[in-house]
Design a protein around this ligand. Structure first.
Ligand code: DHE
Length: 499
């Protein structure tokens, strides 16, 4: 019953709140076409679900011509397929017009809605502090399985699942741990934030922060969660004790022009959250170690959809999805100090760093081109472009491993995984675990001795490799496992993984 409950509440609250957003001016054919081809991923009322919201206020950077192209040909590096074989030009342009039409009632999600959605399953302190299982608590993994919206708690020493449980619909971004690793916080694309007690293997609280959410970040002290949203265009600060909302930041510039938030990150040495804005040329920093939590706005030259930070969090490396250049922002000076020549569409969010010949380098896969760029973090020059068998999504390493792993997520070679030697910057080995099935997303064990890979398929698997010999040691069947997250690596903000 506990597993069904969150889905039921989601269904009921989604229906009651979102029903108001339907458009009465839309033509019957628009509504029909949308229902048949778009609603499953973008929500019945265009408010977003697996895919983003399709409402004019959420599409300010999209031109009609580009919208037609996306419907026809799909969008690189997303789950958006092309419809050119199913729909004719007239139908495609009818749909494009529809997504730019205003709904009769703007969907809203106010503080009241957030408070109303709040569910407390177990008040703070009411569950035992002793874990219900034996394991190294720092070497646990949470593996998100997208196919049936579940997650598995995995023992990182034995690679045995400890518990499998239902999550909210369509999680996105990495779940984040509390500093002690006892709790994990999930964000779903439709705005639900869930707090899960790993020791007791129970959800303890949930709240719906928005209608369409990107991700969440946890403060260094573990007291706050910050949630980044597309709809409404807000950042929502939440008290992690019980997931009650603390403050809503309406995201807009001085003139009131609003922006979706691409993502929010924690900057532990700065005691702040840093947010990437989709529709404004600004970066927002929100320090939380002050009596009043306010925003510091840094104006930048271009949109920064995607971010990476150096380990001390002095610099932010950002890129717009439409630009070939990366920008290096000095966070203390609050200005750009360098442009990096990055071809294609770098996926900076998946970047990692390591020490190479006495200097720190960062490496990032590319969503459009088959290459990994390696950048010297002192000079900000690209020192190497490593050719790969196709565009990649995720990259990983561990400080105890001499290898960095990068997938080939897109295209005909999606079943390959490259293993790069961090000392030579050459591909040492290319693995093909299951021909035809996408191999993606690596995470290492606490000590770096093993690398865990996802076979991104309905009948997929989690494959454990010896990180030195690169030999397979175990295969666990899983349902479209996507990301996996090691407690130690995440809570220590290890350099080889996402933070
Ligand atoms: Fe993600 C993380 C953005 C599509 C799976 N993705 C992130 C993060 C960002 C991001 C900014 C870092 C936030 C964090 O972890 O807190 N993702 C985007 C996009 O803009 C993009 C291209 C388009 C979109 O639809 O949002 C996109 N992402 C996808 C997918 O299609 C993936 C493959 C499947 C899915 O879940 O929808 C996907 N993204 C992931 C995963 C992470 C992620 C598994 C966490 C990686 C990690 O190891 O931390």
């Amino acid at each position: 019953w506990k597993c069904i409950l969150p889905s039921l509440i989601l269904l009921l609250s989604s229906q009651s709140t979102l029903a108001q957003a339907s458009s009465t001016h839309a033509t019957a054919s628009q509504i029909e076409l949308y229902k048949d081809h778009c609603a499953e991923c973008h929500g019945v009322n265009r408010t977003g679900a697996m895919g983003p919201a399709l409402l004019p206020d959420n599409l300010s950077r999209l031109k009609l011509k580009k919208a037609i192209d996306v419907i026809k040909n799909g969008r690189t590096a997303t789950q958006m397929p092309g419809f050119s074989t199913q729909l004719n030009d007239q139908q495609i342009s009818t749909l494009a017009d529809y997504v730019f039409s205003q709904p009769d009632v703007q969907p809203e999600w106010t503080l009241k809605d957030i408070e109303h959605s709040h569910i407390l399953y177990h008040p703070n302190g009411s569950l035992p502090d002793k874990p219900k299982f034996e394991a190294d608590l720092k070497n646990l993994f949470i593996v998100v399985e997208l196919e049936d919206h579940s997650a598995t708690l995995l023992n990182g020493d034995t690679f045995e699942p400890i518990h499998r449980f239902k999550t909210r619909f369509a999680l996105h971004g990495g779940p984040k741990y509390s500093p002690d690793g006892r709790y994990v916080y999930f964000a779903s694309r439709d705005g639900w934030i869930s707090k899960y007690d790993i020791y007791n293997m129970e959800f303890v609280a949930e709240v719906r922060a928005a209608i369409n959410t990107r991700n969440l970040a946890i403060s260094k002290d573990g007291k706050y969660a910050m949630v980044a949203n597309y709809l409404p265009q807000t950042l929502v600060l939440i008290d992690t004790t019980d997931l009650k909302p603390v403050k809503i930041f309406d995201v807009a510039d001085e003139q009131g022009v609003p922006s979706r938030v691409s993502a929010v990150y924690t900057a532990p040495p700065r005691n702040s959250f840093i947010a990437a804005l989709k529709d404004l040329k600004e970066v927002w920093e929100i320090p939380y170690d002050q009596p009043e939590i306010t925003v510091r706005k840094i104006v930048v030259d271009d949109y920064l959809d995607d971010f990476f930070f150096d380990q001390p969090y002095n610099h932010l490396i950002g890129a717009s999805r439409d630009s070939k250049d990366g920008q290096v922002i000095d966070l203390d000076l609050g200005k750009k100090i360098k442009t990096i020549d990055l071809a294609g569409m770098p996926h900076l969010g998946s970047g990692i760093t390591w020490e190479y010949k006495g200097r720190t380098v960062m490496a990032t896969p590319n969503l459009k081109d088959g290459q990994v760029s390696v950048i010297d973090m002192t000079t900000w020059e690209v020192i190497k472009r490593i050719e790969t068998k196709g565009p990649g999504f995720f990259m990983r390493s561990h400080q105890n491993s001499k290898y960095a792993w990068v997938d080939v997520f897109f295209g005909p070679n999606k079943d390959l995984m490259h293993v790069i030697n961090k000392e030579t910057l050459e591909i040492e080995k290319t693995l093909q675990p299951i021909p035809g099935k996408t191999a993606a997303h690596i995470e290492f064990t606490k000590d770096g001795s093993h690398a865990l890979m996802s076979i991104w398929d309905k009948d997929g698997a989690l494959i454990v490799y010896d990180a030195n010999t690169l030999k397979e040691v175990k295969r666990l069947p899983m349902k479209k496992p996507s990301g996996k997250y090691n407690v130690h690596n995440k809570t220590t903000y290890a350099s080889g993984t996402s933070h």
